[in-house]
Every structure is written in C-alpha cells, then in structure tokens.
Write a protein of this length. Structure first.
Length: 177
C-alpha cells in the first residue's frame, strides 16, 4: 500500500510539473491602436500626460497628434482647441508663432516628430505633432477633462481623460475614460 501511495504521489507531482511546460510561449501583447471614428482627421498618438505640482495640481497637458492614414494634410494653425472640466470650459488660443511653451490660456506646438520637408505647421502622414495645452484652471486629482480639437473642415477629435489620484511633477498619465 505504501508503494502505491508513493507511485500516485509521484505521478501527481510529474503531472503538475509538466502542465507548466507545454512549450507554448505566452501570447505577445497586442499594441494599443487608437480608436478612429469614421471621418476623423486627427488621432491621439500615444499617452496624454500632464505636468504640475507634486501632490497638487496639473498645470499643463501634453498631447501627441497624428493624421489618420488616407486623410489630406491638416493645417494645425487653423485648429480650434476647447478645454472643459466639470466646472468650466475655455477656448485655448495658440501662442504667438504657434510654437513654444504656452502661458496660461494658450496652446503651443512643442515639437514635430518625423517632420517632412521644411518647418511648417501642416500635419502630414507619419508626422506627429506634440502639443502642450495650458488651461487657466489647473486639473485636480481624479478630475474628468474633455479636450475637443476641431480642424478647419469641422471634424472634431474629442479626448476624454481623468487625472491621476496622486499628482507628481512630470509625466502624470491621464487615463482614458
């Protein structure tokens, strides 16, 4: 009887050991793809982040925009950006010259990744425009915000995010709602 119990225990241990060794690799993570609505011209390329005061508020928001494949280039100088939270909304105006770190109530182009041709403010295929928004009212922890970016032809990209529960100095990830 003892050898049968030992044999049974050995078989169980062997089966448990083998079940974890099937030879299949874990599936590769699927990269996040931006949700693109029909007729949309711009999309968010990457994370929406904010910079601010540690354990305080977020003062500026950084967004990277790309052009939907197949769409005609869009003139960033002719977009309209509206920032709204639970209490207020405001239309942000571009900084003078459209490029640079924006003061309160404005937005600016920080950089263009993959810029094609000479310096211009038209977003073309494979270019990514990094914009910084500086609304007059800062974001507090766990605050819902909607950013609407409307192109010259009237198509709107609506970005809804919620600020983190704990705010750090830089790179606060604003989570998708």
């Amino acid at each position: 009887m003892k050898w049968q119990n030992l044999l049974l225990a050995g078989i169980v241990i062997a089966l448990v050991s083998v079940t974890g060794c099937t030879g299949d690799a874990p599936p590769a993570p699927v990269p996040a793809v931006a949700a693109i609505e029909p007729g949309q011209v711009l999309y968010v390329a990457g994370d929406v982040t904010g910079d601010g005061i540690p354990r305080g508020t977020i003062d500026t928001i950084t967004i990277t925009l790309g052009l939907v494949p197949g769409q005609n280039p869009a003139d960033i100088e002719k977009i309209s950006i509206v920032y709204a939270d639970a209490i207020r909304s405001e239309t942000l105006v571009p900084v003078e010259g459209f490029r640079g770190d924006p003061p309160q109530g404005t937005w600016g182009i920080l950089t263009v990744n993959g810029e094609l041709g000479g310096l211009n403010n038209r977003i073309e295929y494979e270019e990514k425009f990094v914009l910084r928004l500086n609304p007059k009212a800062p974001l507090v922890p766990r605050q819902l915000v909607t950013i609407s970016i409307t192109t010259e032809d009237g198509t709107t990209l609506s970005i809804r995010r919620i600020s983190p529960t704990v705010i750090i100095k830089e790179n606060n990830y604003l989570a998708t709602v």
